[in-house]
Every structure is written in structure tokens, then in C-alpha cells.
Design a binder for this molecule. Structure first.
Ligand code: SAM
Length: 250
């Protein structure tokens, strides 16, 4: 068996990401967001997905007739995304950092999904991202995101190791939680086959959990007002939720 040393996040696993996430019901996420778009009377069918990854949601939006923009800093994830959306019209992919970006024009809806904001490890980075999002958002626009809670990183991931098999892909997820910084360090080891030969690859990831009051204060500091909800609901979020949604306006 061949083995690679530990790589940076979202590099070597990029071609396998969609299989690893095959258990996620992205289409229900998109339907929930579309409901929010309608509730906000936003007619322009245009979405900007920050940290779009391999573009699973972008593809769903395109299928629903939306123009899409995607931004990610991982070249490898964007490569998969580009391939997935090649030949589709009204798609613009940007290579960039969500802590420091700008768009040529303002858009009505900005999303940031599936833990992406937890990858920002300081409050200053989170604030910086929120400020960029606000600048890129139309005055009547809406910013919709999800985040893992501290409860999720501390009590679900904790110091546990999980083995998974997703569409035949075997992986081991080993977590270590730092309770002082609320940071979960995660080693993902993936066993895959290439040209008939089995090989192993590892990536090191870190996610930080933030108290809900801190997330809300940073959003207000960036000039937003809005609510935090339990994931995919309109029930106010609590620290006991595993994943929360934010729906914020300028
Ligand atoms: C867990 S994946 C989620 C991808 C996608 N949003 C989804 O729902 O499948 C996190 C993504 O955040 C991106 N990311 C992490 N930090 C970033 C940063 N500072 N700027 C831009 N993208 C970042 C990673 O490259 C990765 O594609």
C-alpha cells in the first residue's frame, strides 16, 4: 500500500470530497435557502457561494435556473467544481480567500455552507469575512450560512475517532478537541484505489466553534442584523444545537 504524508486541507481529498459527503442532503439545504429568498422577496435569481468547494450546491442552483458565483481558496476543490460545471452558462468561479475578497458587482444572496466559517480560527478572521460579505451584498440582500456549534465540536467530535464508508470509500476521522480555544483538530485518513493499487492519504483540518453571542456580535459589528436558527429550521438557535443557520441582512 502506498501512503502520502499529511497534506493541507482540501488538497488530496478534493477528488473524493463528493463521495465523502454523499450522505449530505444538499438539495434540502438549497430548498430551505430558496424559501428564505422568497420570504425576502428577492426576485433576481443569483447566488454567490463563498467557500463553494466542489460546487455541489452551485450545480443545484444552476439546475434551478440561478446565475452563480463561487469562491474558494483551494485550487484542487475549484478544479473539481470547474469540471462539474463546465459547459454550464452563467457560472463564474473565483479563486480567493473568504477573509479578504471583493466582487465587481453586488449580489442579492450570499451563502457560506457546511462548516466553511468554522475554518476561520480567530474572531478577527470571522469579522473580516463578514465585512467582505457585507460589501458584496446588495442593500436588500441576504446572507445565509451554517456553522458547527461548540457543542458539536466538543461533545460529538470530541476526542473521538470515527470510521466511515461512503460509496465504498473507507476513511478514518480522528478528532482532538482543545477546550481552551474551542478548536477541533481533525486528521482524515482516506483509503482509496488508483490504477488497481490501494493507497492512503491524510489531511489535517482545524475548525473552531464560537459562542452564538460572539457570532451575532461579530455580524452586528460588520453591519448586519438578523437571526441564528437551528439548522434548516426557523427555531431560534441554542448552544445545544449541533449546527446552526444564520440569516442576516444589511
Ligand atoms: C467543508 S468544505 C465545504 C465546501 C462547500 N461549501 C460544501 O458545502 O460542500 C469547506 C470549504 O471551505 C474552503 N475554505 C476554507 N478556508 C477558506 C478561506 N479562508 N477562503 C476560502 N475558502 C476557504 C475550503 O477550501 C473548502 O472548500
Amino acid at each position: 500500500m502506498k501512503s502520502n504524508s499529511c497534506s493541507k486541507p482540501f488538497t488530496t481529498i478534493a477528488p473524493y470530497y463528493d463521495r465523502l459527503m454523499s450522505f449530505v442532503n444538499y438539495s434540502s439545504w438549497v430548498s430551505y435557502i430558496e424559501k428564505i429568498i422568497k420570504l425576502n422577496n428577492i426576485d433576481e435569481r443569483c447566488i454567490f457561494d463563498v467557500a463553494c468547494g466542489t460546487g455541489v450546491c452551485l450545480e443545484l442552483w444552476v439546475e434551478r435556473g440561478y446565475n452563480v458565483f463561487g469562491l474558494d481558496r483551494s485550487f484542487e476543490m475549484l478544479q473539481v467544481c470547474q469540471k462539474k460545471l463546465s459547459g454550464r452558462e452563467n457560472v463564474l468561479l473565483l479563486s480567493g480567500d473568504m477573509r479578504n475578497f471583493s466582487l465587481a458587482r453586488q449580489v442579492p444572496v450570499i451563502t457560506c455552507l457546511y462548516d466553511s466559517l468554522n475554518y476561520l480560527l480567530t474572531e478577527a478572521e470571522l469579522l473580516s469575512c463578514f465585512r467582505c460579505v457585507r460589501r458584496a451584498l446588495r442593500d436588500d440582500g441576504v446572507f445565509i450560512f451554517d456553522m458547527n456549534t461548540i457543542h458539536s465540536l466538543r461533545d460529538e467530535w470530541g476526542n473521538n475517532s470515527f470510521q466511515r464508508r461512503d460509496e465504498g470509500l473507507f476513511s478514518v476521522w480522528t478528532n482532538t478537541f482543545n477546550p481552551i480555544e474551542n478548536v477541533s483538530s481533525l486528521n482524515i485518513t482516506l483509503h482509496a484505489r488508483r490504477n488497481g493499487e490501494e493507497f492512503e492519504m491524510s489531511e489535517f483540518h482545524q475548525e473552531r466553534g464560537y459562542q452564538l453571542t460572539v457570532i451575532a456580535a461579530l455580524l452586528r459589528d460588520a453591519g448586519f442584523s438578523g437571526e441564528l436558527y437551528r439548522h434548516l429550521t426557523f427555531v431560534p438557535a441554542t448552544e445545544l444545537d449541533l449546527r446552526i443557520m444564520g440569516v442576516w441582512r444589511k
